[in-house]
Design a protein around this ligand. Structure first.
Ligand code: F6P
Length: 357
């Protein structure tokens, strides 16, 4: 009697890290091994599929204790050979996409689970179009991936940012100061908006609503006049003044808008101002229970999709249920904050300034 060969799947983490990556890997391994499948952990994102290939077999023993651990045991690559638009003018042997598809075939993967944000899922979609059996899992602390209500990592980033706002409140009030907190959010203001509202910020500046620094200064003056002699400003790193100037630390690394806002507010209001850039603290450390649960559900659903032969899709959270959506729905555009959404209106009704009126 012919013995049925066990299926083998691959899993990789790609793009900037986010709390919950290890929890997804753990869920994938536990669910797949539970069905007698073999799991290969591809290292350093899609880079692990190039050249000599870099991967290792993951067993249930390898993922023991992983649920609360930040980062990714598989490591990740943010740009690498797949960064930027695919070049169509290179011969197949120099094309990383061709090499990756060949590696997936050579490794005899029944499915490849690609955990990442928009950039990752765009690469996955391209590989799918070339015949690779991919399944996406949505990750990013920025929560800006389309096709899903939530990405894992966002809740943990919110906890960190909200805690920072709480801490800044007490010191701001003690010194009658303006405190500016710059949070992540390259293209979208989800972290700034949610943490700003959860932390009771007075001013929230996000990329989707260009701000006028004079109006921001007016808000600080108004608060002073009403007896609130301190102000908390939360600004997303991608927020822009009305003239559209985007501020960078170096090259294409965003940053500097917090310092710009702080400097200008001090000039305009005469109030002592301090600036805190929260940076990668938002991406590190242990995931919250919400992110652990979401990551676990995503990982298990990705394996279920592979078992059902569902490829070219991304697992997604829709109205509290885990479903799958076509990768094309998750790529090509980002989920942005609607300037007239209920959250923004809620903030405005409580007197929060978005720097535009
Ligand atoms: O994960 C997305 C993000 O958090 C952006 O908000 C930010 O601009 C970017 O990562 C920074 O990533 P890195 O420093 O790893 O390039």
């Amino acid at each position: 009697m012919a013995v049925k060969k066990a299926k083998r799947i691959g899993v990789l983490t790609s793009g900037g890290d986010a709390p919950g990556l290890n929890a997804v890997v753990r869920a994938v391994v536990k669910a797949a091994c539970g069905m007698g499948w073999e799991v290969l952990g591809i290292e350093d994102g899609f880079e692990g599929l190039l050249g000599e290939k870099s991967y290792r077999v993951l067993t249930a023993a390898d993922v023991r204790g992983l649920l609360p651990r930040g980062g990714t045991i598989l490591r990740t690559t943010n740009r690498g050979h797949f960064g930027g638009p695919r070049r169509m003018d290179v011969p197949p042997e120099q094309d990383p996409y061709h090499q990756a598809v060949r590696s997936i075939e050579e490794l005899d993967l029944h499915g490849l689970i690609t955990i990442g944000g928009e950039g990752t899922q765009r690469i996955a979609l391209e590989l799918y179009k070339m015949g690779a059996p991919v399944i996406g899992v949505p990750k990013t602390i920025d929560n800006d991936l389309a096709g899903t209500d939530r990405t894992f990592g966002f809740d943990t980033a919110l906890l960190v940012a909200t805690d920072a706002i709480d801490r800044l409140h007490t010191t701001a009030a003690s010194h009658n100061r303006v405190m500016v907190l710059e949070v992540m959010g390259r293209h979208t203001g989800w972290i700034a908006l949610h943490s700003g509202l959860a932390g009771g910020a007075d001013i929230i500046l996000i990329p989707e609503i260009p701000f006028d620094i004079e109006l921001v200064a007016n808000k600080v003056r108004e608060r002073d006049a009403s007896g609130s002699t301190f102000s908390i400003v939360v600004v997303a790193e991608g927020a822009r003044p009305e003239d559209g100037t985007q501020l960078y630390v170096t090259g294409d690394r965003l940053g500097g808008v917090g310092n710009y806002v702080g400097r200008r507010l001090e000039e305009l209001t005469g109030k002592e101002t301090r600036v805190v850039v929260l940076g990668h603290i938002q991406r590190g450390g242990s995931p919250t229970p919400y992110d652990r649960l979401l990551s676990t559900r995503f990982g298990a659903a990705a394996v279920a999709a592979a078992a059902n032969g569902v490829f070219g899709e991304m697992v997604s959270l829709r109205a509290q249920e885990i479903v799958t959506v076509p990768l094309a729905e998750a790529t090509g555009h980002l989920k942005t904050v609607r300037p007239h959404s209920d959250l923004v209106r809620c903030g405005r009704s409580l007197g929060v300034s978005f720097g535009d009126e």
